[in-house]
Design a protein around this ligand. Structure first.
Ligand code: FUL
Length: 495
């Protein structure tokens, strides 16, 4: 063979080999949409309940409340959204209509709305005030409009869905700019005012709202918003209102809609499947953990000293955001239309604590040694990708390598009590289990383990660990890995 041919063949081999090593791993299982990726990155947002219930001291208004009672003296969307932002929250969900049917925006669908209240002499629009505050402060907006309407005479009849409810969400999704989430509550049907009938009206949750058509309004008017409901379709309810996801929490889920979830009047049925999801679920449908900052969703004076502490919030943060879910914290403006002082205080301290803890990844500057790098291609799939700020650049292994290891040699002896891992979820949720070791007294000692990594996994250690070398072992994965982040952090008060 002449030198010329040898050269051609060798170049061909090199080119095809490098083409192979450039190839990204095949995605695994269901994948998130753009809206779901944005939702995942949002991590924490606040759902805000404010309306007639604030003035009647109720949680579920009957629907016969006089609009005259809605008259906040100093409502400030800027104060409320500003405090949420200081708390580290990146979005709000405005309850534009709760079960009592009172609309906080001027709607053409019912008389039972803010234009009939004394607030701003009937010219107020609370939803618009939130929109403006969100724009000023760089916070995302979402909207909750209760399907159940205890005021409407039409509730229970088909006309309610077609002429009232769908028109209401149509107004809300077209007048208030870009939304990141549209929120559908699962409490539906029961007793109510219903235009004076004062009776019990039951509906069939699976058919009454014509969900495909109703969700279609959100998809059409807000294509980038995720749709939240007890069983999705974009984001699922976590199955409790205490704010935690399961230790194993899969972003994938197969809904058994809509029987799972909440039943009005008799508390909430726990949906354990919502808490953990399904490893082999059919859809990408991650969990939202909703929980109120106070015992109730609405403001009640006698709960002023029952505001959750910063420590409780932090612990919920690890059990929700730290398990790959999002935290949706309920805020309850008081009768002035402001967050009460105790609420402000705890939220601000919580935000500070998060900032102090996560500002600095203590693994930065470490030397990383991976047992395998896909195609040997360090620049594309090397472990250094774990330390950049890009959630979608990633360390990947060859297809056959499913349980690789990574040794992280830190710049110096380092104290930490939180370990963070994230997968590049654009390629699905792949990793099922990991273990972490620290090099202590000249030997490797296991300090942590976790399951279902996904978009975010925070492992909070019981005690601070001091080490200059840490080892990550992927212990179970059905396919090669695509890990995007490794972080070590220390809470200021941990010891
Ligand atoms: C529940 C509702 O019944 C509560 O009043 C509250 O709005 C909560 C966020 O969802 O299903």
């Amino acid at each position: 063979m002449s030198m010329k041919y040898l050269f051609i063949i060798t170049s061909f081999l090199i080119i095809s080999l490098s083409a192979f090593s450039q190839k990204a791993p095949a995605p695994y299982g269901p994948l998130p949409t753009q809206g779901q990726l944005n939702w995942q990155e949002t991590e924490m947002y606040c759902i805000i309940h404010f309306g007639p219930d604030t003035y009647t001291n109720k949680e579920w208004g009957f629907g016969d409340e006089n609009p005259q009672i809605f008259n906040p003296s100093s409502f400030s969307a800027m104060q409320i959204v500003g405090v949420a932002k200081a708390g580290g929250f990146k979005g709000i969900v405005v309850v534009a209509k709760h079960h009592d049917g009172f609309c906080l925006w001027p709607t053409s669908t019912t008389e039972h709305n803010i234009s009939k209240s004394p607030y701003k002499n009937g010219a107020g629009d609370i939803v618009m005030e939130y929109r403006k505050a969100c724009d000023t402060l760089g916070i995302q907006l979402g909207i909750y409009c209760s399907p159940w309407d205890r005021n409407s005479a039409f509730y229970g009849k088909p006309e309610y869905v077609t002429n009232v409810f769908r028109k209401q969400i149509g107004e809300l999704y077209s007048r208030y700019g870009k939304l990141f989430i549209t929120w559908f509550d699962g409490a539906n049907g029961g007793d109510g005012y219903y235009g004076g009938a004062k009776e019990v009206r039951k509906i069939d949750r699976s058919t009454y709202y014509g969900w495909e058509t109703t969700w279609g309004i959100s998809k059409k008017l807000q294509p980038n918003a995720v749709i939240f409901g007890d069983v999705g379709p974009g984001v699922r309810w976590v199955g409790n209102e205490s704010g935690y996801a399961g230790e194993s929490n899969w972003a994938t889920y197969t809904p058994h809609a809509p029987e799972a979830g909440k039943e009005p009047g008799n508390g909430f049925t726990k949906d354990a499947e919502g808490t953990e999801g399904h490893r082999d679920g059919k859809y990408w449908m991650p969990a939202e953990c909703d929980v109120a900052l106070r015992p109730g969703w609405f403001y009640h004076k006698d709960q002023d000293d029952k505001v959750k502490s910063t420590d409780t919030l932090l612990s919920l943060y690890y059990k929700s955001v730290g398990r790959g879910a999002c935290l949706d914290l309920g805020l309850s403006p008081d009768r002035r239309g402001l967050l009460f002082e105790n609420d402000v205080d705890t939220l601000k301290k919580f935000g500070q604590l998060l900032k102090q803890t996560f500002a600095n990844n203590l693994a930065n500057g470490a030397t990383l040694l991976a047992s395998n790098v896909r195609g040997g291609n360090q620049s594309k799939f090397g472990a250094s990708k774990l330390l950049d700020d890009d959630r979608y650049s990633y360390w990947a292994t060859d297809d056959s390598v499913k349980t690789p290891e990574l040794v992280i040699t830190l710049k110096q002896n380092t104290a930490f009590n939180v370990i963070r891992l994230r997968e590049n979820i654009k390629l699905g949720q792949r990793i099922e289990a990991v273990a972490v070791d620290a090099f202590i007294n000249n030997s490797w000692q296991q300090i942590a383990s976790a399951t279902s990594i996904g978009g975010n996994r925070l492992i909070r250690l019981k005690h601070v660990v001091n080490a200059d070398k840490v080892r990550l072992r992927i212990t179970k994965s059905p396919v090669c890995i695509a890990l995007s982040d490794f972080g070590l952090f220390k809470e200021p008060n941990a010891n």
